[in-house]
Write a protein that binds this ligand. Structure first.
Ligand code: CTP
Ligand code: MG
Length: 242
């Protein structure tokens, strides 16, 4: 039985604001998607890789990922969809008959370490059908609703302050029993068509099925790159590691 990793790289990177998609932006000389692919391959527990890419960039993405000497697993590239959920579904459609575990990982988390990849796959293979890495939350978090006529001050009303000890900020790679993830995406696609709303996370689709999802300890290095500042933090982390 084999493990497929779907590496999502089809986003445009609007918040980063560069003139190329975020996954192709360089960090220490290599595109984010290459950093992520290298670490998935280096885990030793990923058998093949499907990378979702922006429309028209399949050749460019295949060239940088498949030709990287550190990416020593088979790589396929597929055009993503309008949402992350649709992109993951496009990747999942390429799963081979023997793939019984599927990882979903964001190119926007280029430094997720190989040990985290192994931790997630190990938990899935131990019988947990949906596994996400998560870190304790250091900020106190409040749930809010809009205030009618807030008068441009950005005022919102607090509904609830969840107990911080029970919260986790989740990361990728997320790992799944393949059949469970396929069921979750089938239902998620139907809901997206009906409600015009897509999920930002695959475990959320599993939870919506009423099935259990599990958290394993995350890693600071698996931080997500959204803004220029995040890119600078990632460069610092990379410098510390070398
Ligand atoms: N992604 C994708 N297909 C989409 C949208 C996002 O494959 N239609 C991927 C991104 O490439 C990224 C991951 O999902 O690796 C998480 O998305 P996000 O961090 O939001 O990246 P972008 O959508 O590219 O950034 P932004 O929202 O700022 O435009
Ligand atoms: Mg996005």
């Amino acid at each position: 039985m084999t493990t497929l990793a779907i590496l999502t790289a089809a986003g445009s990177g609007t918040r980063l604001g560069r003139d190329l998609p975020k996954a192709l932006v360089a960090l220490a000389g290599f595109p984010l998607v290459v950093h992520a692919a290298r670490r998935l391959a280096a885990s030793g527990v990923v058998d093949s890789l499907v990378v979702t890419c922006p429309a028209g960039l399949d050749v460019a993405v295949r060239d940088v990922v498949a030709q990287d000497p550190h990416v020593d697993v088979p790589v396929r590239v597929v055009e993503g969809g309008a949402t992350r959920q649709a992109s993951v579904a496009a990747g999942l459609a390429l799963a081979a008959p023997g793939d019984d575990v599927v990882l979903v990982h964001d190119a926007a988390r280029p430094l997720a370490p190989p040990l985290l990849v192994r931790r997630v796959v190990e938990a899935v293979r131990a019988g947990h059908g949906a596994v996400v890495p998560g870190l304790p939350v250091t900020d106190t978090v409040k749930r809010v609703v809009p205030v009618p006529a807030a008068g441009g001050l950005g005022v919102e009303r607090v509904v609830e302050t969840p107990d911080r000890a029970e919260l986790r900020a989740v990361q990728t790679p997320q790992g799944f029993d393949r059949a469970l993830l396929e069921r979750a995406h089938a239902q998620g696609a139907a809901r997206a068509r009906a409600e015009g709303r897509a999920a930002t996370d695959d475990a959320g689709l599993v939870e919506a099925l009423g099935e259990a999802a599990y958290v394993v300890p995350g890693e600071e290095a698996a931080m997500k790159i959204t803004t220029e500042r995040d890119l600078q933090v990632a460069a610092l982390l990379l410098g510390e590691a070398s």
